[in-house]
Structures are given as structure tokens and as C-alpha cells.
Design a protein around this ligand. Structure first.
Ligand code: ADP
Length: 159
């Protein structure tokens, strides 16, 4: 069984994330989307809420599962028999940091990282941008899946 992990904060999941996960699901037997709590970022949604939204928007893919994790992604990979990490790359600005992490994860734990180039439709898109846009009344229906747009609107109203 070829199993791969897509790790990230997903606060919240965007159409850019979903595009990478769907394409990975065509290449691998199983894709595990792993949601991490990033202590360096102030989150809008709890990890459980992010997991719930991801499950909702990936439910049409039989071979995608969603879970949370704390700690090192390479430990998660070892514990779940996963040999590779898939990361989406939007622009060269993503590259320096991602390359360092990939080399670190390979040298320390032998876990490979595969980079998938973004769909140009979503090259500009990040969770932060979608949240900012929504905060100032922008229409995010082309940026995030519709259940996520609803949750975003509700959260920004204070719900
Ligand atoms: P992090 O908090 O680690 O930056 P994110 O939740 O922002 O995680 O993103 C998770 C993964 O999805 C990363 O590999 C990131 O590069 C990728 N990604 C984010 N947005 C896009 C996009 N618009 N197109 C392609 N890949 C993306």
C-alpha cells in the first residue's frame, strides 16, 4: 500500500489545499491529511474544527483520511507506515523553507518529500489571505469550498 501524508495547518482548508489533496489521491493508494497545531500562528479554528471541515470537503475521495497530529511529522510517518510527504509549492518564496525541511526530514529519518506545483488558479491563495478577504466582507466562494465559506462567515460574525 503506497501511503502519503499531506501535512499543514489548514486554518481553514482552501481550494488550493483541496487541489493538491485530490491530485495526490490519484497518485497514491491512500492520502492522509494531517492537521497540526502551529504554536507560532494564531488560529481562527480549533484543530478539531479544521479536521471536521477537511473530512466534509474530502468525503467524495474514498482513499483520503484526515487526522490530527502533534510533534514531528517524521514520527507521524514512522508510526503510520508512511514513506513520503507531499507539499504544494506556490512560488519560489515557498521553496527555501520547504527545501530545508525536506532535507532535514530525509537526513534525520529517511522520509522523502515530494513537491507538487500549485494549480495556477490557486497560486496566490493561502488560508491567511482567504481569512483577511472574508474579514473585510470579500466573497470567498471561489477561494474555499462552500461549507468552509459558511463556517468562515459564521466565525467572523462571532459564532
Ligand atoms: P503551513 O501552516 O504548514 O504553511 P498550510 O495549511 O498553509 O500549512 O499549507 C499546507 C500545505 O499546502 C503546504 O505544503 C502549502 O505549501 C500547501 N498549500 C497551501 N496553499 C496552497 C495553494 N494555494 N496551492 C498549492 N499548495 C498550497
Amino acid at each position: 500500500m503506497r501511503r502519503v501524508v499531506c501535512p499543514g495547518s489548514f486554518d481553514p482548508v482552501t481550494n488550493g489545499h483541496l487541489d493538491i489533496v485530490s491530485r495526490a489521491a490519484q497518485l497514491y493508494d491512500e492520502v492522509v491529511v494531517a492537521v497540526l497545531r502551529n504554536p507560532n500562528k494564531q488560529a481562527l479554528f480549533t484543530v478539531d474544527e479544521r479536521v471536521e471541515m477537511l473530512r466534509e470537503v474530502t468525503k467524495s475521495h474514498d482513499n483520503v483520511t484526515v487526522t490530527r497530529f502533534d510533534g514531528l511529522i517524521v514520527d507521524f510517518c514512522r508510526a503510520n507506515d508512511i514513506s513520503a510527504i507531499i507539499k504544494g509549492l506556490r512560488a519560489v518564496s515557498d521553496f527555501d523553507y520547504e527545501m530545508q525541511m525536506a532535507q532535514m526530514n530525509y537526513s534525520q529519518a529517511g522520509v522523502e518529500t515530494l513537491f507538487m506545483t500549485t494549480n495556477p488558479l490557486y497560486a496566490f491563495l493561502s488560508s491567511s489571505l482567504a481569512k483577511d478577504f472574508a474579514k473585510y466582507g470579500g466573497d470567498v466562494s471561489g477561494l474555499v469550498p462552500s461549507p468552509v465559506a459558511d463556517r468562515l462567515a459564521a466565525r467572523l460574525r462571532g459564532g
